[in-house]
Design a protein around this ligand. Structure first.
Ligand code: SF4
Length: 358
């Protein structure tokens, strides 16, 4: 007997705190009402986190190289060896010292996949930067860890232990885009597979390194792909509990090759619907971030559609900037936006410990 979905039953299930399955997820994402989903997601967020507080972190995103062989079709950041740059360890150290003088305590380090960098470059980087007092290093997404494993001939586990022993604290969950092979074959055929991304994240979790999970939507993905992505994350979180937060942003077309395949950029309503859906589906994630990819007005609205955290006040950001999108807020601006929305802004660490209310 064919099973017919009933939207009211799915809403009821969510309201009762029951987990929805993949099929129900696809049905909800395709047919759900934005405001009802937002309301359900906000209810979950208010139960999971301090209902009065919205956290954020003061950090800077340093891209140590933009040379990358992967050439993802959505990326406006990478360059070839002739036109690209790689920062020396001294230059990186100087940037971190400057960031610290500006009140930054967390440094996000990510780079293109530059096959010419020796393994020792990464180890020196860690040793040098973690010797700077009071700096938390949040570095190297799964594709970078995979590259280090291949250039060093070491296993992923050995690479992670080397980095951890040199002071790596947490890992950003970049390079996920959409964890569906149908999508990855089109937008990033030279990047690691879904299975490899999950495997590296799992290895990190098992070694006690917490990671975030990300998603970039608004290009060629379908609702089924988004649900597959979130389902993969939810399964791994059930197994390890190692994800601290989920962060999503929409594709910025700029002049990238992928822009020709995309009819229109994601709208605010699409962003808020997928955000609410993520809060509902990722029932084992503690935190959902409101990203800046739709601008600060939508980011503020996201606080009523499932987000409990304002992400970061990025002192430096180059990837979205390369696609022509610039959104920079000071800590004071973030604090104002959060207060006007009715919450108390609080500075936090990368692992979500509150430092102080501001
Ligand atoms: S998204 Fe990352 S891996 Fe892909 S081309 Fe850009 S820098 Fe390289």
């Amino acid at each position: 007997m064919p099973y017919t979905m009933n939207m009211d039953e799915i809403y009821k299930k969510i309201e009762n705190g029951e987990r929805i399955n993949k099929e129900e997820g696809i049905f909800l994402l395709k047919n759900g009402d934005l405001l009802i989903m937002g309301d359900l997601a906000h209810g979950i967020r208010m139960k999971k986190n301090d209902p009065y507080t919205v956290t954020f972190v003061m950090d800077t995103n340093i891209n140590y190289t933009n040379i990358c062989y992967t050439k993802c079709s959505f990326c406006a950041f990478y360059r070839d060896e002739k036109r690209g740059y790689t920062l020396s360890i001294d230059e990186l150290k100087e940037k971190v010292i400057q960031a610290k003088k500006n009140g930054i305590d967390t440094v996000l380090l990510q780079g293109g996949l530059n096959k010419n960098l020796p393994y020792s470059y990464y180890l020196n980087m860690m040793e040098t930067l973690t010797s700077i007092d009071g700096i938390h290093i949040h570095a190297f997404s799964p594709p970078e860890i995979d590259l280090m494993s291949r250039i060093s001939g070491k296993s992923v586990e050995e690479v992670l232990i080397d980095l951890k022993n040199r002071g790596l604290k947490t890992i950003p969950g970049g390079g996920a885009e959409v964890l569906s092979e149908r999508v990855r074959r089109i937008i990033s055929p030279h990047k690691i597979s879904t299975r490899r991304w999950l495997e590296i994240s799992k290895r990190a979790h098992l070694l006690g390194l917490k990671t975030t999970a990300t998603m970039m939507f608004g290009h060629i993905e379908r609702e089924e792909d988004i649900v597959e992505h979130l389902h993969n994350l939810r399964n791994l979180q059930d197994e390890t509990g190692g994800f601290t937060a989920f962060i999503m942003w929409d594709f910025k077309p700029g002049s990238t090759p992928l822009s020709k395949k995309v009819k229109h950029p994601a709208t605010a309503c699409e962003y808020l619907k997928i955000l609410s859906f993520s809060r509902i589906y990722l029932d084992n994630f503690s935190h959902i971030q409101a990203s800046s990819s739709q601008g600060n007005d939508v980011r503020q609205m996201a606080l009523f559609f499932g987000a409990d955290d304002f992400g970061s006040m990025l002192l430096e950001e180059n990837v979205m900037r390369s696609a022509g999108f610039v959104e920079h807020s000071t800590a004071e601006e973030i604090s104002h936006i959060v207060k006007v929305a009715g919450f108390k802004p609080a500075l936090r660490t990368t692992d979500y410990k509150i430092l102080r209310f501001i």
